[in-house]
Design a protein around this ligand. Structure first.
Ligand code: FAD
Ligand code: UDP
Length: 397
């Protein structure tokens, strides 16, 4: 008899498995229909011996010390700051748009103050700012919106930015300085030996059993368990009772090239050319040295594995119907990007899982309410400082 059956061995499922096993001594079975652990963060050495991310580039960044310290129990880190260039008007320019982007694009030599004035002169007044188009044109005007955002977004999401919640393009800031980092979070680092190695350590507890290549439908009647943690798509759990929740998919085309370096930075975005949105060169992310190099092209698709929830008001409304069902399903806990239909980064999913663990630990052992009795293994369970719903893009749906 297992205390918990956990469906999905990505961040949400694996963090909960680790916490329940190590802190509450629960017996956990974690299953995944894929042939590997780590969910979409899975990485592996390809046929040439280069570490690649099977499901597209995953860069870890967070402002939460708690999330970072929690994961630090399972990995050492390699400091890494992510940089992206966009191919626009025949040039490669920094993305997010910053002072250098504007100077290079238009052959100018503006200062920070002058570029701020420039943005103000081209920005359109939009009120209220509701959509992914509104966000950008209200900051940098229509021309830059069309060069950098409109076509990329149409390609990525199969719809115009005016049809998407503002939270989507709000993920990418606009700067008047020369900071060309993609993220400005306090903690920016990659697991030194890769994500899969970190997941192996997360799941190494003797109370945790792992079953791969297994859809939960196939074992439900065979394996006795007390409670379930579900991290797959929420609409699928309820047999699409209210209809399908839209997810955007991607096809990844991996390639290994017989040269040590291919791109000038880790990622080049192609808003206006090609069927793919971006190319990523993995060695920048991993720091690996190798005579060859591996890249991945991302081709957006309507059908396929569900990768992105689509932030739109009608989808939020449909999700809320499923959420009511989920809340009314005793003994099953829904957590993660697919089960809560949120465009969450890895750190936000870890924070969400740690928050659910806190709730479960009080349920399991009410004496823990004083918060003092969790076993110590170097991590104190505290409120995680990651935005899970108020403001920012956590609020999208
Ligand atoms: P998942 O990792 O999707 O895990 C869910 C698991 O459940 C899957 O392995 C699935 O196989 C399994 N499952 C589903 N249904 C069943 C079933 N019926 N039976 C058994 N198993 C089932 N985040 C960042 O922070 N930084 C990035 O740079 C970044 N880049 C990204 C790039 C891409 C292309 C994508 C798609 C996402 C990116 N993310 C990034 C987001 C990150 O992938 C997610 O936040 C994180 O992986 C979500 O973890 P999860 O456990 O919720 O879901
Ligand atoms: N985006 C864009 N042009 C770019 C980069 C991003 O239009 O060069 C928009 C696009 O809609 C994208 C969103 O901003 O889906 C969020 O970008 P991010 O890089 O965060 O996407 P992710 O890494 O999650 O795919």
């Amino acid at each position: 008899m297992f205390d918990y059956l956990i469906v999905g061995a990505g961040f949400a499922g694996s963090v909960l498995a680790e916490r329940l096993a190590s802190q509450l001594n629960k017996k956990v079975l974690i299953i995944d229909k894929r042939p590997h652990i780590a969910g979409n963060a899975f990485d592996h050495y390809n046929e040439s011996g280069i570490l690649v991310h099977k499901y597209g580039p995953h860069i870890f960044h967070t402002n939460s010390r708690e999330v970072f310290e929690y994961l630090s129990q399972f990995t050492a880190w390699r400091p890494y700051e992510h940089r992206v260039l966009a191919s626009v008007d025949g040039q490669l320019v920094p993305m997010p748009i910053n002072l250098d982007t504007i100077n290079k694009l238009y052959g100018l030599s503006l200062t920070s103050f002058e570029v701020d004035d420039f943005f103000k002169s081209v920005a359109e007044e939009v009120s209220p700012v509701r959509t992914s188009e509104d966000v950008v044109v209200s900051k940098v005007g229509r021309e830059l919106y069309e060069k950098f955002f409109r076509n990329y977004t149409r390609k990525q999401w199969g719809m115009d930015p005016s049809e998407l919640d503002k939270s989507v393009t709000s993920r990418v800031p606009v700067r008047t300085n020369r900071d060309d980092r993609y993220f400005t979070d306090t903690f920016q680092a990659m697991p030194l030996h890769g994500f899969t190695s970190m997941f192996e350590k997360l799941l190494a507890h003797p109370n945790i059993k792992i079953m791969l290549n297994t859809d939960y439908h196939d074992i439900l009647d065979m394996i006795p368990f007390r409670e379930m943690i579900y991290t797959g798509p929420v609409d699928e759990y309820f047999d699409f009772r209210y209809g399908k929740l839209p997810y955007r998919s991607l096809e990844f085309k991996h390639e290994t090239l017989d040269k040590p370096v291919h791109l000038p930075v880790a990622v080049v975005n192609y808003p206006n050319e090609h069927a793919y949105t971006r190319i990523t060169e993995f060695k920048y992310l991993t720091g690996q040295e190798h005579t060859k190099t591996s890249v991945v092209y991302e081709y957006p698709q309507a059908e396929g594995d569900p990768y992105y929830p689509v932030p739109r008001p009608e989808n939020a409304a449909l999700y809320n119907q499923y959420k009511k069902l989920a809340d009314a399903t005793p003994g099953v806990h829904f957590v993660g990007r697919l089960a809560t239909y949120k465009y969450y980064n890895m750190d936000q999913v870890v924070a969400q899982a740690l928050t659910l663990f806190k709730k479960l630990s009080v349920q399991e052992e009410p004496a823990l309410l004083d918060g003092a009795k969790l076993k110590s293994n170097g991590f104190k369970q505290v409120d995680v400082g990651v935005n899970l719903g108020k403001g920012g893009y956590g609020n999208a749906i």
